[in-house]
Design a protein around this ligand. Structure first.
Ligand code: PMP
Length: 429
């Protein structure tokens, strides 16, 4: 790509959809020229400290030499080949690493092209499993409010019913069973009444429920809700008791973000099905995976269909798998978890915002920092301010949150924290 050619922002505005944007009145977009380490360089010359890790994905920063070398080497031999009837080293090596890193019972892997697709696959797995067992009524999914699992239709059907697109697609979206969002904070004690109510939902609905899906510990897009590990423990027990599979969506939380390799480790439990994505390739290529147990995988294969009914064109793309192998090798190193702990400590400085007007809550977990306001943020206004401060932070709703690359130096975390403090203190939101 010729980097010298200016980016045609007018064409972009007129013709290109960005995430969740209007074609009439889009929010401004800033032309990005280059990314490196924890920096985003704009075409205008500004260099921004990245607080978002490109939506949880660029955990080792941008352009990590080992990942780039792996992609280049793979591109020289085989960028892509169909996965139907063929296999290759990057896919096999990646799946070995995934089986090794994820909780023990998960040892069967489906490679998907992105997070939402991996959620679709997880739901297919659950429904097909119970079909194989002759339980044809188990076709619904139970989930907690405030969840977010992606933008494809089955994934949307299990997103929070209010803050999502349920109303718009009513009649087309499958109707699922919702329980209240987990309400006990990660750092408080678990409200036992909440667990009793949860059990009554299982008791009432389990006959037609194939699986319970939830983001473990952090419900992210639904409000950055950090909930108590005992809720997950209870879910595991209830799923076993009522013959419901447990799907954990670790797409955002996986690979260290919450301070454990997988967020479910905070509760010491393992799901029957797990979705991973985002950080899987270190933010370099699109790739996700759905893992399950031998029991579920064999169950599916013993059923009428005999096969799992999914197989995208770019399944197991070798370039993406090579990037993921290189990224997971870095994830496994002790220095990665040490960096996450270091970032966690630095992020605690965010508590300086707690005393500011309109700040409702400040919370930090792993390498995630959140400042919740009591009013909705004007994204265009605050982002323009942040860019002047030399940082890239993209709030949503009432939340100003950061989940920077794990490799972010302490002084850059300080710059991110200072920018958030200044934006709130000076009313630039
Ligand atoms: N699940 C969770 C928890 C997510 O945060 C996301 C992405 N924001 C998805 C699923 C969907 O992933 P993707 O955008 O890659 O389709």
């Amino acid at each position: 790509m010729n980097n010298k050619q200016p980016i045609d922002v007018e064409f972009d505005r007129e013709h290109i959809w960005h995430p969740y944007t209007s074609m009439i009145d889009p929010l401004p977009v800033y032309p990005a020229k280059r990314t490196y380490q924890n920096k985003i360089e704009l075409e205008s010359g500004e260099v921004l400290i990245d607080g978002m890790a490109s939506w949880w994905s660029a955990v080792h920063g941008y352009g990590h030499p080992e990942i780039i070398a792996a992609i280049k080497a793979q591109a020289d031999t085989m960028s892509h080949v169909m996965f139907g009837g063929l296999t290759h080293q990057p896919a096999v090596e990646l799946c070995k690493l995934l089986v090794e890193l994820t909780p023990a019972p998960l040892n069967r892997v489906f490679l998907a092209d992105g997070g939402s697709v991996s959620v679709e696959v997880s739901i297919k797995m659950a429904i097909q499993y119970w079909l194989s067992k002759g339980k044809k009524n188990k076709t619904k999914i139970m989930t907690a409010k405030k969840g977010y699992h992606g933008d494809t239709f089955a994934a949307m059907s299990v997103c929070d019913p209010v803050n999502s697109m349920h109303a718009m697609y009513q009649g087309f979206l499958p109707e699922q069973v919702f329980v209240d969002a987990p309400s006990s904070h990660f750092y408080d004690t678990q409200n036992t009444r909440e667990l009793e109510i949860l059990e009554s939902a299982f008791a009432a609905h389990h006959d037609h429920i194939a699986a319970f899906i939830i983001e473990p510990i952090v419900q992210n897009a639904g409000g950055m809700n950090f909930y108590h590990p005992d809720y997950l423990k209870a879910l595991r027990e209830l799923c076993d008791k009522y013959e419901v599979l447990l799907i954990l969506d670790e797409i955002a939380t996986g690979f260290g973000r919450t301070g454990k390799m997988f967020a479910c480790e905070h509760a010491g439990i393992a799901p029957d099905i797990m979705c991973v994505g985002k950080a899987l390739t270190g933010g370099n290529m699109t790739l996700a995976a759905t893992l399950t147990t031998k029991e579920v995988a064999l169950g599916i294969s013993q059923g009428e269909a005999k096969v799992l009914m999914h197989g995208p064109t770019f399944m197991g793309n070798p370039l993406a798998c090579a990037a993921a192998v290189a990224s997971l090798k870095i994830v496994k190193r002790p220095e990665t978890m040490a960096n996450i702990q270091r970032v966690n400590t630095a992020l605690k400085a965010l508590t300086c915002c707690a005393s500011l007007d309109h700040v409702k809550d400040v919370r930090v977990l792993g390498a995630i920092g959140v400042v919740e306001l009591d009013q909705v943020v004007d994204v265009a206004k605050i982002q323009a301010f942040f860019i002047k401060q030399g940082v890239w932070i993209r709030p949503f709703g009432k939340l100003i949150y950061i989940m920077p690359p794990y490799t972010t130096p302490d002084e850059d975390i300080t710059a991110l924290v200072d920018a958030i403090y200044s934006a709130i203190a000076s009313g630039h939101y």
